[in-house]
Ligand binder design. Structure first.
Ligand SMILES: *Cc1c(COP(=O)(O)O)cnc(C)c1O
Length: 230
């Protein structure tokens, strides 16, 4: 077994244990390989080892790697997207997890309509309040979800966040809890056309905490591939 397959098996075991400790069904939690800065060969190895979700932060990186890796995985955009790259993002990605403004949603709608496809999206929420982090403020999330739901070629499937970047687990937990509560509030509001099944939260350093707080998709980079070159 190669290193990536070994790490993947180990991570799946940790995921299962975290789910069981939270009284949750591990089958309800998806594992995404975050492949930013990794060469196409590393992505292909992860897919061959059984990864079915690939997350990239940049349109250009997916553009370069996707033809070499093929279509065996779903590709998700998880990084900041500029509106001038929206057309390419629509062509490359199955899901855009990082929708954080109505302006970006409008650009994606326009290009999805032109491409004749339905684009699955998540609304990214800044749950930590850190000014350096992407995402709509929690208090504005409902309006953005409603706006996206009104776009005929966008399908809202849930919410995404990056937890507080802190060594102290409490602020991290608060971030994840904030996203889950927001999901519950929005679900209770029953906005037509909105599914809120997906809670994308948790990375290499905090995914077990995210699972305890309700994550349905965890995004793992360094724990799967080793540390990234800076
Ligand atoms: C880089 C990144 C990840 C993965 O981070 P690791 O700590 O390497 O697991 C997850 N989500 C987003 C949005 C990222 O940018």
């Amino acid at each position: 077994m190669d290193e990536t397959a070994r790490r993947l098996a180990d991570l799946r075991q940790r995921l299962d244990r975290a789910a069981e400790a939270a009284g949750r069904d591990p089958a309800q939690i998806q594992l995404m390989a975050v492949t930013k800065t990794q060469p196409a060969a590393a992505v292909a190895t992860a897919v061959a080892a059984g990864v079915s979700l690939v997350g990239e932060n940049r349109v250009q990186e997916a553009d370069a790697k996707k033809p070499q890796v093929g279509l065996k995985a779903q590709w998700h955009l998880i990084g900041h997207l500029q509106t001038n790259k929206a057309a390419r993002a629509v062509a490359l990605f199955d899901v855009v997890q990082s929708v954080e403004s109505s302006r970006l949603a409008q650009a994606l709608e326009r290009h999805a309509a032109a491409a004749g496809r339905q684009l699955d999206i998540l609304v990214q929420v800044n749950t930590s309040g850190a000014p350096t982090q992407s995402g709509v403020a929690p208090g504005e999330a409902r309006e953005l979800v409603q706006f996206c739901a009104a776009q005929p070629h966008l399908s809202v499937g849930g919410l995404m966040t990056i937890g507080a970047l802190s060594a102290d687990p409490e602020p991290v937990r608060r971030s994840f809890r904030c996203l889950r509560r927001l999901r519950d509030e929005l679900a209770a509001a029953a906005i037509p056309g909105v599914r809120l099944d997906c809670l994308s939260m948790g990375m290499s350093g905090d995914f077990e905490l995210a699972i305890a707080e309700g994550a349905t998709l965890v995004r793992l980079g360094s724990a799967l591939f080793g540390p990234r070159a800076a």
